[in-house]
Design a protein. Sequence first.
Length: 196
Amino acid sequence: MDKIKPILTSWLDELDSFEFPDYEKFPDIELYMDQVINYLQRELRVLQTSSLDHVITSSMVNNYVKGKVVSAPISKKYNKEHLALINETCSLKQVLSIAEIKQILDSEYKDTPKSEAFNSFKVLCKDEFKKAIDFTNEKLANISDDNDIEALTKLALELSITANAYITIAKRILYYNKKYTDMKEIKAELAEKNND
């Protein structure tokens, strides 16, 4: 039987060397859906959590377009901007709803050049993955048996609870931001009606 801990450690090393490409390094040519899927499956392979997991599918991309997270393709082709938004959405979809992702992307890309916004996201991802990988490696170092299922499961539980705590806080921040924005818009509409 394979030893679990070395396999995890090897995958963590691979994850540590992963980073999203610079915006400028996305293909210069526009891609059809099947090309987008092939490209992203290859680029994001390390983010798969199991052999059955698909990081991206055409249905996912279509849902991102329907949810207005990603603009519709132009003549059925996707450009750099589409690829950046799809990459970012793929990363965030594990923890946020499409509406919450849209809220973030609308803010992030509002007054910032697309390349700058995506490259900032890329750096933030690299930094946060690094912290999580270092924390996990430190915990793995304290597990002496490479196949200690109980200790590995406890570590998975700890990481899950930590992730859930951060997700809960992130979702609450987005909730308050939306509530504040909606209230501001309502007040502006009321003020406009009162001025008429």
